[in-house]
Design a protein around this ligand. Structure first.
Ligand code: HEC
Length: 115
């Protein structure tokens, strides 16, 4: 009986924390919108800049302007998962779902920039 009570309490506790956790994370994104934007800022912006325009990457080649590329989300997923040239692979640091979110976000940036 006590154990069930504890589990219920923990579940309520986690549920209560979740929205706060999300909104704190989202505030790091430039436009405060999607998870993909936040993930891009956290994982890609140190080399490609928050805008995606690229620039000098730490210890490597200059990171290209990824808004100019016409990659499909599938190609972007491949690049993020396995790396590309001097760009690191992300398969061990973020989940497949997160990689997909970033790929969709980058593809949307490319489309927006092309208009
Ligand atoms: C440590 C710096 C660094 C980080 C972090 C980084 N990149 Fe890169 N990225 C590079 C460099 C350098 C290149 C160019 C590699 C080359 O040409 O050898 C590149 C290339 C690319 C390309 C272009 C491939 C092509 O066809 O020209 C894409 C798309 C890309 N990165 C997306 C991302 C995304 C999305 C993230 C975040 C998940 C990310 N990068 C994180 C440094 C980085």
């Amino acid at each position: 009986m006590m154990r069930i009570y504890t589990i219920v309490l923990i579940t309520i506790g986690l549920a209560a924390c979740e929205p706060r956790h999300n909104s704190a994370d989202t505030s790091a994104a430039t436009d405060g919108s999607t998870g993909g934007a936040r993930l891009f800022v956290d994982n890609c912006a140190q080399c490609h800049q928050v805008t995606g325009q690229g620039g000098p990457a730490p210890g490597g080649l200059p990171a290209p302007d990824i808004r100019q590329l016409t990659k499909s989300p599938a190609e972007l997923r491949q690049i993020i998962t396995f790396g590309f040239g001097k760009m690191p692979s992300f398969k061990d640091s973020i989940s497949d779902a997160q990689i997909s979110e970033i790929a969709d976000y980058v593809a949307a940036q490319v489309e927006r920039h092309a208009q």
